[in-house]
Design a binder for this molecule. Structure first.
Ligand code: ZN
Length: 355
């Protein structure tokens, strides 16, 4: 913001300086070959020197402003795929565009710059087929990114569907549920939560008919298990525009909307953005910090634990104590991890978890 203000100040100062200089030159021309002309030329030289001295600290402050903006998005270089390295170039290009914007639209510098940077997060990649084409490992994210979610609370957010939550973001036994499920009847309307451009509108065996929208605010949202899609990739839509009808397609048991909020391809808890009890967006400024992706480490740990599990195929004549001895464990442990009791009848051919 500071650099924008300074630049306007420089502009005004230069206009003033230029007109003063022209007047001085006219005056010197009129009194050519006189002592006056020498005096006026000396004055012009002193003014130019003073101007240069003033501009030096100014250039330094513009440089400092540039640095602040650069720190808004700092991803570890090794986590950025080759085609994503262009993002830095995009940010640099847009920084100069942002300065021009600030001069043209006085007073909205902050929001404009935010909007521009948010778009730039994805500008290098536009893929209408893959759900996460960015390949960014946000588990390694080191700093925070601030997103301005909307400008006017009354018209910039719409609830996707009004049904109650049937499943939260988080662990479901050993599997992680990366979205929130909202109850609906097949055929109920599903709406885009923010304005943006439809990036993906297609079918997958898991999500069924689904739509992904890239929003201006830097987030992407996903609407799955639809029975009908009403938009196509590339279509620009407003908050509250219908993306399709709810359904039960893909890997789904019963009609519901599986709703995800994603940042650079990775899911975050929709509750960080939306108040599902009040049907509103819960914050204007969203801070996406490394803690938003802590769950990825838990998922990794869980996957490792599941991979380390060992099973034993029950044979005829086996007892719990026999199996425990064979596998160097105890009956109590076997009962606990298999959620059985000592008296549970063992069926040959079935598998028993032993580690
Ligand atoms: Zn779900």
């Amino acid at each position: 913001m500071a650099s924008g203000v300074y630049l306007r100040f420089v502009d005004n100062f230069e206009v003033f300086n230029l007109s003063a200089e022209l007047a001085a030159i006219n005056f010197a021309a009129r009194y050519k070959n006189s002592g006056f002309a020498v005096l006026i030329h000396c004055m012009i030289q002193i003014r130019t020197l003073l101007l240069l001295l003033l501009l030096f600290p100014l250039a330094a402050s513009v440089q400092a402003g540039q640095h602040c903006k650069d720190t808004l998005l700092t991803l570890p270089p090794d986590t950025i795929p080759p085609d994503f390295h262009d993002i830095e170039e995009f940010l640099e290009e847009e920084d100069s565009a942002a300065v021009e914007e600030a001069e043209a639209f006085e007073g909205i510098w902050d929001e404009d710059v935010c909007a521009l940077i948010n778009c730039d997060l994805y500008n290098a990649v536009w893929d209408t087929t893959r759900i996460n084409p960015y390949g960014i490992n946000l588990k390694e994210k080191k700093d925070s990114t601030f997103l301005t979610l909307f400008h006017d609370v009354s018209c910039d957010y719409a609830h996707p569907t009004c049904g109650e939550i049937t499943s939260e973001f988080g662990f479901r036994r050993t599997r992680y549920h990366y979205g929130i499920d909202l109850n609906l009847e097949t055929g109920d309307e599903v709406f885009s939560v923010f304005e943006g451009t439809v990036r993906v509108a297609r079918f997958s065996p898991t999500y069924g008919y689904y739509v992904i929208i890239r929003h201006l605010n830097g987030l992407e949202t996903l609407y799955a298990h639809l029975s009908q899609i009403d938009v196509v990739a590339g279509k620009y839509i407003q908050a509250g525009d219908r993306v399709g009808l709810g359904g039960n397609t893909g890997r789904s048991r019963g009609s519901h909307l599986h709703f995800e909020v994603r940042f650079l391809g990775q899911q975050i808890n929709p509750r960080d953005v939306i108040s599902f009890e009040n049907f509103t967006c819960s914050t204007k400024e969203l801070c996406i910090s490394p803690s938003n992706f802590d769950y990825l480490r838990k998922v990794e740990k869980q996957k490792a634990q599941v991979a380390a599990r060992k099973y034993y195929k029950i044979r005829k004549g086996d007892t719990l104590s026999k199996i425990a001895r064979k596998n160097r464990t105890t009956v109590a442990k076997l009962c606990k991890i298999n959620k059985i009791i000592k008296k549970t009848k063992l069926r040959p051919g079935k598998k028993l978890r032993v580690a």
